[in-house]
Design a protein around this ligand. Structure first.
Ligand code: DGJ
Length: 696
């Protein structure tokens, strides 16, 4: 990677693996002059020329703007909205200077500074060896200024004939649904107004011209490192150009920067590839694992989790038989979920009172932690530190510690309210009890849940109540970072009623995430297909639970459920005390099989084989060194749609592969031509695992 500055042309040329990003100050505005395939340095100045075929629409003067402003003929919803004390609006860009910090570990950091009135606005760039470009911005206020929008970055796509948007949407229990739709002329907004990144929309997007496939074609993709409300605006102009502006916060928030204050946006990352949607996903996976997630190089253990096994019924004596059985089938970590503390025997009471319930845990947590460790497993525990039930000692003592507005009802969802972490006393309380919980007990892992969105968020005694939306998330990040530093051996699972808060911002502070409360293996095939567009298998918590599924009453075999759950970080979430001997024995075999696959699944490169949206046959192929693991799934099929075999990706014709389970050897050419030798057992809801090792 390198960054070349041309002082005469006022351009900065960022080059990475096979790509260039050129930013320049043109007609007074910072603009993206190029983002795509590598260009020679000598050609950079010529990129600043307006091509004669561009139609002269009135807002062309703003094409390529690095942030869409409010001044001049710029009629798009802005990326940056400011109001000065005298009523003037916007930021009038005056280039000041730039700094370049080289780094051997991270990408080099370019900061380009502009001034207007008493403000300094800096655009930041960091291009990584993965091809991911991080962009963010900061404002240093010399005098007060009101802000109602401050996006991290705006990206401009090449001028194409057509544009297609891929994004992830859904709802609780149905997160990660991949949508691929034409982008209409006009403004398209995706985002969250919920205070968390949300089940309904994820900040990841991909754009192509309608012709990219899983394996080929140019794809631009972006993702926002922010776990609160957010907005991504895609503007397709009538003349064909597309700008994408993204950042934290939602419409209608406003706050005032104080003199001397600096406000920094979260990172909005962009990615360019010519290797199709699969190539884009692999680049994101590699980037998140190598540069964002804290411990992705570790093998994540096989978990047992008590939630679906017993729900709130988690007394010590009822957990002990599960401990024994979980260890027996090969689980490596036992996680006790909701219901262990305060008066939390259901979801009506107790959140906020973080002492073990003495009726359920007469020996404190020690009885259970000792049993779990004695059984050779690690111990994990569920917490939901940002929430409180009104029926709790904490809320009775501090009713004003929750996000609320003067004179407005406090809407309860799941009988709970959100604590206002922007209040220093609340953040201090959370640190104290969490630190004590981890210091006083032998805990290896916490599952950090967050089960409701914000409503009526505010703080009546604050001059700037909308800051609460931002401060809460910053405080959660800071608390997790502090806990990690104080308890470096403890691992954290990020959870928000399933996959409601999975984004590159949260992935910096958690070791894995909970993907969805929907653990039906049939639905999971699609859910995991969507999740993997943006996030790696190493982050994806996958449970095998009892059938029929509580979500849809579907019944599938133990084998199918285990195989689907083996595509990420495997966990067992069924009530093992009700499993037969035969089921326990079979489960032990599946867990052992997963452990053989684990290095390839958790640390390998992932290829999606087939699309479960359109085909009854799909699979995931993971490659690491000379090893390949394929997990393949057959959902109900229709005789009118005959199934083509699944073929591997990226296998040389003259390579030879040993099937590690049958001992057969296959030519790469044969696998490519005839497909993978998957051993199916029946027709619907079937699955197969194949382990191949390259031989000379
Ligand atoms: C929502 C989570 O997604 C579940 O796994 C479980 O932990 C419950 N919360 C507990 O209340």
């Amino acid at each position: 990677m390198s960054i070349r500055f041309d002082e005469a042309a006022l351009t900065w040329h960022l080059t990475g693996p096979g790509l260039s990003y050129v930013v320049g100050v043109k007609d007074g505005l910072p603009r993206q002059l190029h983002w795509g395939p590598a260009v020679p340095d000598e050609a950079v100045a010529s990129l600043a020329v307006d091509p004669p075929w561009e139609t002269a629409f009135d807002d062309r003067a703003h094409t390529g703007a690095e942030l869409l402003g409010e001044l001049g003929p710029q009629f798009t919803t802005p990326s940056l909205q400011l109001r000065h004390p005298d009523g003037a609006k916007g930021f009038d860009w005056h280039y000041a200077d730039h700094t370049l910090e080289e780094s051997a570990v991270e990408g080099d950091h370019l900061a380009i500074r502009f001034t207007d009135r008493d403000l300094h606005l800096t655009l930041h760039y960091r291009l990584w060896d993965t091809g991911v470009l991080d962009r963010w911005a900061s404002i240093e206020a010399g005098a007060p200024v009101e802000v109602s929008r401050f996006d991290s970055a705006a990206w401009t796509l090449p001028h194409w004939g057509d544009y297609r948007l891929s994004h992830l949407s859904g709802e609780w229990g149905a997160e990660w649904q991949l949508r691929r739709v034409p982008l209409p002329v006009g403004e398209t907004t995706i985002g969250s107004r919920r205070g968390h990144s949300s089940h309904q929309a994820n900040p990841w997007i991909a754009m192509d011209d309608g012709t990219a496939t899983e394996t080929h074609g140019t794809v631009y993709s972006a993702n926002l490192a922010w776990s609160g409300s957010w907005r991504v605006l895609l503007r397709r102009a009538a003349n064909g150009r597309v700008a994408i502006s993204g950042g934290a916060g939602h419409e209608g928030l406003r706050w005032t920067l104080r003199a001397g204050e600096t406000w920094t946006t979260p990172v909005y990352s962009g990615l360019f590839t010519t290797a199709g949607f699969g190539g884009a996903s692999r680049a994101w996976h590699e980037h998140l694992r190598r540069h964002v997630m804290p411990t992705a190089e570790e093998d994540a253990p096989v978990l047992f989790n008590s939630w679906e096994a017993v729900f709130f019924d988690v007394a010590e004596e009822k957990q002990l038989p599960l401990v024994e059985l979980a260890a027996r089938i090969g689980c490596e970590q036992f996680v006790v979920d909701d219901g262990w503390f305060g008066k939390r025997v259901d979801d009506n009471a107790g959140l906020g009172d973080w002492q073990p319930n003495p009726d359920r845990f007469p020996n404190g947590l020690k009885g259970l932690t000792d049993a779990v460790h004695k059984a050779g497993m690690k111990f994990g525990i569920w917490v939901e530190p940002e929430m409180v039930n009104p029926d709790s000692d904490l809320h009775r003592a501090h009713p004003d510690w929750v996000l609320h507005q003067a004179g407005r009802d406090r809407t309860e969802l799941r009988q709970q309210l959100v604590l206002d972490y922007g209040r220093p006393e609340v953040a201090a309380w959370a640190w104290t009890w969490l630190d004590k919980l981890l210091s006083d007990n032998d805990i290896d892992y916490i599952k950090w849940d967050h089960n409701r969105p914000f409503t009526e968020a505010g703080r009546p005694d604050s001059e700037d109540p909308d800051r609460a939306w931002f401060e809460h998330i910053e405080a959660v990040y800071a608390l997790k970072e502090r806990l990690r530093a104080a308890h470096p051996d403890v691992r954290i699972e990020g959870c928000a009623g399933g996959g409601g808060r999975v984004d590159p911002g949260m992935l910096r502070y958690v070791d894995q995430v909970w993907t969805s409360d929907n653990t039906d293996a049939g639905d999971r095939v699609n859910i995991q297909h969507g999740f993997g567009q943006a996030y790696p298998a190493r982050a994806m918590g996958t449970w095998i639970t009892d059938e029929p599924s509580g979500f849809n009453q579907r019944t599938t075999s133990l084998r199918f459920r285990f195989h689907v759950a083996s595509a990420g970080v495997l966990a067992v979430g069924g009530n093992l005390t009700e499993w037969s001997e035969a089921e326990l024995e079979e489960a032990a075999e599946h867990v052992a099989q997963y452990k053989r696959l684990r290095p390839v699944v958790q640390h390998g490169v992932q290829f999606r084989l087939g699309d479960p949206e359109t085909s009854s046959l799909s699979g995931v192929q993971y490659v690491r060194g000379d090893q390949i693991a394929v997990l393949a799934f057959k959902t109900p099929w229709h005789c009118a749609r005959p199934l083509a075999p699944l073929r591997p990706e990226g296998i040389a014709a003259d390579s030879r592969w040993l099937d590690e389970d049958t001992g057969e050897t296959h030519w790469g050419a044969t696998l490519n031509a005839l497909g993978l030798p998957l051993r199916w057992k029946k027709s619907d809801w079937d699955s197969a695992i194949l382990r191949l090792r390259r031989v000379e």
